[in-house]
Design a protein around this ligand. Structure first.
Ligand SMILES: [Zn+2]
Length: 363
């Protein structure tokens, strides 16, 4: 029998530490030498939400889905105009227009990687008008945490173009394609896959013979994309590795276009796309998986009994928070947990500023 807390079996302590979020794990590791040596290394198996900036505050707030609490962290390096997330990294665009990536800022030891700035994009010579939306999406091929051979793709020029960067490049390279405007891009099976607002899907094989070209590989049927009530389109890679196409719709109280009034209630349609057979199938159940959709990063997670996360759900945040809301509280109505089995929505994260970014867990 243990004589003191420090004498508890190391395996028991290790198992306990595995159930903690990064914040509580760092507290656990600080208890004593015995607990520190038994504890797992810093990790996270559930997403966290980085909340909106509160003006000039050096502290950032995170909602932790592991312990269902808000954590704050002193993070002067993330004071920026815009934030994007992909995998366990956050891209910040500073007020001086410097681009940098930070490893999950909720972790104790972050890491910073600098990227070329706005004037290193091809054919961009002056600071773009409406510069806040100059970049609309950021995606990593692999996490720099685990791979040196990663690539970064962004949707830039207000949604009109794709830009590619890899370590060692001093400039961004434009990717050509017939698309007019992109609304999403993900990394899937060794290629970047982009989506336009018409349901066109484009593949850019960055390791192939034409790394700076994106070709049309699929088109969603028009009838699935009627503009009335359509809020946003997403691409997500399922846990099985298949490609998911998700459309978000807002219910309206009046069906005439001129008197359309959003009700604040949403519906999601999910389709699995098979690019090899050029077919699509509606997904009626995600079973023990859930999707996380929102501004920038979207991903799928498997849910087990250790998670607080509900299965067969879509955790969503408002896609694109206007700059005017970056420093305001409120705006919690546009996020929630959508249950795919019956279409009901449960509120999520109450009483705090608008959640901005999902940060994917790092395993
Ligand atoms: Zn926590």
């Amino acid at each position: 029998m243990a004589r003191s807390w420090a004498d508890l079996p190391q395996e028991l302590l290790r198992q306990c530490s595995r159930r903690l979020c990064p914040k509580n794990l760092s507290v656990f590791r600080a208890v004593c030498r015995s607990w520190r040596s038994a504890a797992v290394k810093e990790w996270s198996d559930v997403p966290s939400l980085m909340l909106a900036d509160k003006g000039e505050m050096l502290w950032r707030e995170f909602f932790c889905l592991r312990c269902e609490q808000f954590h704050t962290k002193l993070l002067p390096e993330v004071m920026a105009n815009r934030y994007f997330s992909s995998r366990d990294w956050v891209l910040t665009i500073s007020r001086d227009w410097e681009f940098q990536m930070l490893r999950n800022p909720m972790l104790r030891y972050s890491r910073i990687i600098k990227l070329p700035s706005w004037n290193k994009f091809p054919d961009i010579y002056v600071l773009p008008p409406f510069y806040v939306s100059f970049i609309t999406k950021f995606v990593l091929s692999d996490s720099p945490t685990t791979s040196q051979d990663y690539k970064v793709m962004v949707i830039y020029d207000h949604g009109r173009r794709l830009g590619l960067w890899k370590p060692g490049d001093e400039e961004w390279t434009a990717v050509t394609s017939p698309a007019v405007e992109y609304c999403d891009v993900i990394y899937h099976k060794g290629c970047f896959i982009a989506l336009d607002g018409e349901g066109g899907i484009y593949r850019c094989d960055v390791d192939g013979s034409t790394p700076f070209e994106a070709q049309v590989v699929f088109e969603m049927p028009e009838r699935l994309l009627e503009p009335f009530g359509l809020v946003q389109l997403y691409l997500v890679q399922a846990m099985t590795g298949s490609l998911l196409f998700v459309s978000q719709w807002e219910d309206c109280s009046d069906f005439s276009m001129s008197r359309r009034r959003p009700t604040g209630s949403y519906r999601f349609d999910v389709f699995e796309i098979d690019l090899d057979t050029q077919t699509y199938t509606e997904v009626l159940s995600l079973e023990n998986k859930s999707l996380f959709l929102g501004h920038n990063s979207s991903f799928c997670l498997e849910v087990d009994e250790n998670h607080i996360i509900e299965s067969n759900c879509i955790y969503f945040t408002k896609y694109n928070i206007p700059p005017s809301q970056f420093t305001e509280d409120g705006g919690v109505t546009n996020m929630g947990i959508y249950h795919l089995k019956d279409g009901t929505i449960k509120p999520h994260v109450k009483g705090k500023s608008s959640p901005l970014l999902w940060i994917e867990p790092s395993f």
